[in-house]
Design a protein around this ligand. Structure first.
Ligand code: NAP
Length: 270
């Protein structure tokens, strides 16, 4: 009997991670769903998904959990959150933590997965970036910077790992109705004070963004895209998914920086 391919998904307790774990288990993959709180995934055991503990901010936790698997053919780097803050007001900790999860965490898991993929003579790494990995927005500067960085990681790693038959892809989702706006947007307290000089941007932009995320696309669409990427060895480097990404990414390519900025300002009343 052909053995099942092993998939590791980070940040799998909710949203896109959970939807992907469910779909890939259904399609016959051996799925390890990593979370800081694997007890939240116990219900998935009856769907043949194995919850594991991993704190991607902790290098030792990552090394231990990845090595314990012994085999990984597919890695979905999904864990991430968003900092909402002006640059003037965020502190060192907020700045570092945003990169520590969205970029360094992704790199830590990838670093330990690569040797296992090389031993298996191949693998697939799928990085969940964002359409905000190609488009900037005020008060999301740090989040934007991390997702632009994920795009850079994807481009560089593709060269580095091509000789080992390891494919690297990025997915740039638009807004999706997950736990992201409900539990995983961290806000800087000064930026959200009445007297903040950024108050007008907070009150114009943030309710719109939160509303657009909470009424966004279904995470199952991301799961289906991940499955397509895994199954198609010729799949392009990066893909967009969701209405907002499909609207804004082509527009970003077609317009000049200034024209695009004007459109975004009009759209969000900035
Ligand atoms: N929703 C959107 O509109 C949207 C749009 C574009 C891109 N994205 C990206 O898509 C990915 C998945 O997000 P989602 O929409 O599915 O949101 P979600 O439901 O909030 O899931 C995000 C997962 O990331 C992990 N995570 C969050 N903060 C973390 C932290 N401080 N340390 C470690 N892990 C943390 C959590 O995993 P555990 O609690 O299981 O550890 C959480 O389940 C993220 O990388 C996000 O940036 C989302």
């Amino acid at each position: 009997m052909k053995r099942k391919k092993v998939v590791l998904i980070t940040g799998a307790s909710t949203g896109m991670g959970r939807a992907t774990a469910e779909l890939l288990a259904l399609k016959g993959y051996e799925v390890y769903a990593a979370s800081r709180e694997p007890q939240r995934l116990l219900d998935l055991r009856e769907k043949n998904i194995i919850p594991i503990y991993m704190d991607i901010a902790d290098p030792k936790s990552v090394e231990k959990s990845v090595k314990a698997l012994g085999r990984i053919e597919i890695l979905v780097n999904n864990a991430g959150y968003g900092l909402v803050s002006s640059v003037e007001e965020f502190d060192e900790r907020e700045m570092f933590d945003q990169f520590n999860i969205n970029v360094f965490g992704l790199l830590r898991v990838t670093k330990h997965a690569i040797p296992l993929m090389r031993e298996a003579n191949g693998g697939i790494i799928i990085n969940i970036s964002s359409f905000l990995g190609k488009i900037g927005l005020p008060l999301l500067t740090m989040y934007n910077a991390t997702k632009y960085a994920v795009e850079g990681v994807t481009d560089s790693l593709r060269y580095e790992l091509a000789d080992f038959n390891i494919r690297v892809h990025s997915i740039m989702p638009g807004f999706f109705d997950t736990q992201f706006a409900r539990s995983n947007l961290a806000t800087n307290k000064d930026t959200f004070k009445e007297e903040s000089p950024y108050r007008h941007i907070v009150s114009n932009l943030i309710p719109q963004i939160v509303e657009q995320i909470n009424s966004g696309n279904d995470a199952k669409e991301v799961a289906r895209l991940i499955y397509r990427i895994i199954e198609d060895k010729n799949f392009p480097t990066r893909a967009t998914v969701g209405d907002k990404a499909k609207k804004f990414i082509p527009m970003r390519k077609e317009l000049s920086d200034e024209d695009f900025e004007r459109r975004v300002k009009e759209y969000y009343n900035l």
